[in-house]
Ligand binder design. Structure first.
Ligand SMILES: CC(C)(COP(=O)(O)OP(=O)(O)OC[C@H]1O[C@@H](n2cnc3c(N)ncnc32)[C@H](O)[C@@H]1OP(=O)(O)O)[C@@H](O)C(=O)NCCC(=O)NCCS
Length: 288
């Protein structure tokens, strides 16, 4: 009897945390974020965790999240001692079936460009590359505060944010809401508006949208989205954020723009560090 034949599948629950922490301890050099979000995502009903177990031992886990007709897959992990036996494939099949039942049309996920295991696995299941992005970040304390040419204000009302986003559609086909990329739609803009604030100059010539990552249940960083803003002006926005919005809790500002985009050049010019290169993979689920 293979390990697959013995697998039992169920929703993850808070009391699984100890086993999940054990399963994740070899992942990303012991810095896997999954144990940190486990209880928060379960208690706040942020998507669903699914675990597979055999004889009460958890051997694999994933999380899925639905927004409108898009389904997002994340935190797929298999216990180190049970890899290459088809457990990930088993979970992907389960995930695809669940997503179809929920009438999802597209499924998407992000992985590191260097994660050969993950890329092979998903390509085998019909996923293909739709976007390459680059994680860029800066420590708030390293941002220099210069004298401001612009006067900024902060927009917190989600209805106003929504209207502003509707009036000025972004060029990107896919928008990262925290670490989940979605197609532009009313639902996406609505979720984005509920989880962000906007920094806008009095001239209204541009704006920077800020997503506090704790709105997504993890950490205290700020994620920014912006378009067509020069390095000099972006520097002023960041000075404003540092001086007027951040607290001691907020350590970092990050952005995950498309590789080779003008945004990356602006970010680099003002001292952001480029790190992990990412690939977003997508698969269509229900032919229309
Ligand atoms: C990626 C991961 C989930 C794969 O789990 P798994 O149960 O070992 O995968 P499977 O046995 O179902 O493998 C299915 C296919 O994936 C690919 N694959 C899996 N591991 C691989 C590896 N180390 N190198 C290359 N390809 C690999 C192969 O195509 C494999 O098919 P094959 O065995 O017939 O060659 C597991 O290695 C893991 O937990 N890694 C750490 C976390 C991670 O990277 N998660 C994915 C990104 S969120």
């Amino acid at each position: 009897m293979s390990v697959i034949d013995k697998l039992h599948i169920r929703n993850g629950v808070a009391s699984d945390l100890e086993q999940i922490s054990e399963l994740c301890k070899s992942i990303w050099n012991g810095r896997d974020f999954l144990p940190t979000v486990w209880n928060n995502w379960i208690s706040n009903e942020i998507g669903s965790f699914i675990v597979v177990e055999s004889e009460n031992q958890i051997l694999g886990v994933y999380h899925h999240y639905l927004l409108d007709s898009d389904s997002w897959l994340e935190t797929l992990r298999v216990h180190e001692q049970y890899r290459r036996q088809g457990i990930a494939q088993f979970m992907i099949k389960d995930y695809l079936e669940r997503s179809k039942k929920l009438n999802a049309v597209n499924s998407r996920l992000v992985t590191s460009i260097k994660n050969t295991a993950s890329r092979n696995l998903f390509e085998k299941h019909g996923f293909s590359e739709v976007l390459r992005s680059q994680y860029c970040s800066i420590e708030l304390e390293t941002i220099t505060t210069n004298s401001m040419q612009e006067e900024f204000s902060i927009l917190k009302d989600s209805k106003q944010i929504y209207s502003l986003l509707k009036e000025s559609p972004m060029d990107d086909r896919l928008i990262p809401l925290w670490w989940r990329w979605w197609q532009q739609s009313d639902s996406t803009l609505s979720e984005l508006s509920d989880n962000s604030f906007i920094v806008i100059p009095k001239s209204h010539s541009s704006f920077v949208l800020v997503q506090p990552s704790n709105n997504y249940g993890y950490g205290n960083d700020y994620q920014i989205l912006f378009h067509d803003i020069s390095s000099d002006v972006l520097k002023e926005y960041l000075s404003f954020i540092k001086n007027n919005i951040s607290s001691n809790l907020n350590k970092k500002i990050f952005c995950i723009p498309e590789i080779n985009s003008t945004q990356i050049k602006s970010l680099e010019n003002i001292g952001f560090n480029k790190s992990t290169s990412l690939v977003i993979l997508e698969r269509r689920l229900n032919p229309t």
